[in-house]
Design a protein around this ligand. Structure first.
Ligand code: 13P
Length: 251
């Protein structure tokens, strides 16, 4: 395992209401308390469950809160949007930005994602910038170039100081929710290219995401440039998420 602190983030997507969130945390916290303190853990419930999650997590500092997206704008006339300052009220430490589902269904551009990254950093939150290629792009042999272009598009204007505070999640689109996890050498190749693309990325956490499960997580964590996971389906069950993290960091 490499020297950077591992980080695991459960991206619940559009799953769990407030009471389901409370039940998850009640079951998950005792399991998380047993995991080595050098591992950072966060869960990203939907906005409507953030208040319940913040209250349920208040007694412990073991599990941090993440949001799944946010607006690039400050408070104002943006119907349906959530500002960074509103997330801060619930002790949200991380915010996932540029997830492929938002790029696809909400048509988020690299430019807008970059503005969100800057707004998150200005509000004191850690952005988790998600990047990744489609199957067609991978088959054309353009995966590395595609991912680096996404990074440049979103972070090109960011100072090195700020860029060093970002978490990057490599999530190949074809591996998300499909059960077809990416070969760990392919994931490492991309993580290595990301790390080498900018001096500011030398020590940032780089996560893998895409059908990460308790059975395959440790394989990724053994790779030199992969520091953790952005976990969808396997983070919805407390025992499965805890087993995934424990197995990954034990290797
Ligand atoms: P799955 O773990 O369900 O494949 O989802 C990955 C993901 O998109 C996390 O952001």
């Amino acid at each position: 395992m490499n020297r950077r602190a591992p980080l695991f983030v459960g991206n619940w997507k559009m799953n769990k209401n407030a009471s389901q969130t409370r039940s998850f945390i009640e079951a998950f916290l005792p399991l998380a308390e047993k995991i080595s303190a050098r591992v950072d853990i966060a869960i990203a419930p939907p906005f409507t469950a953030l208040a319940a999650a913040a209250a349920a997590l208040a007694a412990s500092s073991r599990v941090a809160l993440a949001a799944q997206t946010m607006s690039e704008y400050g408070e104002g006339a943006y119907t349906g949007e959530i500002a960074a300052s509103m997330l801060a009220e619930f002790q949200v430490s991380y915010v996932i930005l540029g997830h492929s589902e938002r790029r696809l269904y909400q048509h988020e551009s690299d430019l807008a994602i970059g503005a969100k990254v800057r707004a998150a950093l200005a509000a004191g939150m850690k952005p988790i910038l998600a990047v990744g290629e489609s199957l067609a792009v991978r088959e054309e042999g353009n995966a590395v170039a595609h991912v680096l272009a996404q990074l440049e598009g979103a972070l090109g204007e960011l100072s090195d100081d700020r860029a060093a505070q970002v978490v990057i999640a490599y999530e190949p689109i074809w591996a998300i929710g499909t059960g077809k996890n990416c070969d760990r050498d392919q994931a490492q190749e991309i993580a290595h290219a990301i790390r080498g693309s900018r001096g500011a990325f030398a020590e940032i956490p780089i996560l893998y995401g895409g059908s990460m499960k308790p059975e395959n997580a440790s394989a990724y964590l053994q790779m030199p440039d992969i520091d953790g996971g952005l976990v969808g389906g396997a983070s919805l069950d407390p025992a499965s998420f805890a087993a995934l993290i424990t197995g990954a960091v034990a290797a």
